[in-house]
Design a protein around this ligand. Structure first.
Ligand code: BTN
Length: 270
């Protein structure tokens, strides 16, 4: 694992405790990068399938809708994966599969339930604790994952302080990032193999039981349009099925801003 010497663990210790066969067998650690997404792009043709680029800090971490992804030193996990053909189709299914795998890994390590919000947000107690960014760079798919591990609420930029959270903030636990990363890579390897073999059915059940908005009313932003309706959850091509007064919509993109949790009075944006 090139360059890991300055990382949270030595390279041999990290790799010897990693239970994967191909995902993360090569991992490159950086103390600082603009974005792990940009770094891994340099390896699209020459890097092995399953290459991981991990940074301790990002200066220009990015999220969906070209937003910044807050990435201060040592307080989160910021990494990107290189996935090469053969890949399952349509590619957005990798966002759902990644979200499911990350949630399962976190549950295994931290022993509390995590929830998912279409298309690929990871929530803890209703607030966003992690996000996933898919970028197709032919002939590969780059999957970027950001997890808020030990941030204090007051560390977050004011505009996201109410919507975001960290594992530490919700549980009081300071969990090793290397331990989380190993668990995530193992779950993802299994998920990706199943996805290729079985398609959406490989993730449907595990997604639906964590879907925070399933069967409830949601308010969703798509471009400059606001839509409201009942979420019927993701369909086999990864789109969101939304039952609206105008009929059933299949959404390829968008952001759920508010959702109704049956029995709860509160609606909160994440
Ligand atoms: C989102 O929820 O908007 C997606 C956030 C993805 C952030 C991760 S951090 C590692 C990788 N590098 C980036 O610049 N972004 C992704």
């Amino acid at each position: 694992m090139k360059g890991i010497k300055e990382g949270p663990e030595s390279s041999s210790s990290f790799t010897s405790r990693l239970a994967t066969r191909w995902l993360g067998r090569k991992i490159i650690f950086f103390r600082e990068l603009s974005s792990t997404q940009d770094e891994i792009r340099k390896h699209v043709f020459t890097g092995p399938n399953g290459l991981v680029v991990w940074a301790d800090r990002q200066t220009q971490g990015r999220g969906r809708f070209s937003r910044n992804w807050y990435s201060p030193r040592s307080a989160g996990l910021y990494f990107s994966l290189l996935l090469k053909e053969p890949l399952a189709r349509p590619l957005p299914l990798y966002g759902l599969a990644t979200a499911v795998g990350v949630a399962q890994a976190l549950e295994e390590v931290i022993k509390i339930p995590f929830h998912l919000k279409w298309p690929n947000d990871i929530l803890l107690r209703g607030r966003k604790v992690g996000g996933i960014l898919l970028e197709a760079v032919s002939p590969a798919l780059i999957v970027g994952i950001g997890l808020n591990v030990s941030f204090r609420r007051e560390d977050f930029p004011p505009e996201i302080r109410e919507k975001a959270t960290s594992i530490f903030e919700e549980t009081g636990l300071l969990v090793s990032r290397a331990k989380i990363l190993r668990a995530v890579l193992k779950r993802l390897e299994d998920r990706y193999e199943l996805l290729l073999e079985k398609g959406f059915s490989a993730i449907e059940k595990d997604w639906r039981k964590r879907d925070v908005a399933l069967g409830g009313r949601v308010v969703l932003r798509r471009g400059d349009q606001m839509l409201t309706g009942f979420s019927l959850g993701p369909s086999p091509d990864g789109t969101l099925l939304l039952k609206t007064p105008q009929g059933l919509l299949k959404l390829h993109s968008g952001e759920i801003l508010m959702w109704e949790i049956p029995g709860w009075e509160k609606h909160r944006a994440a």
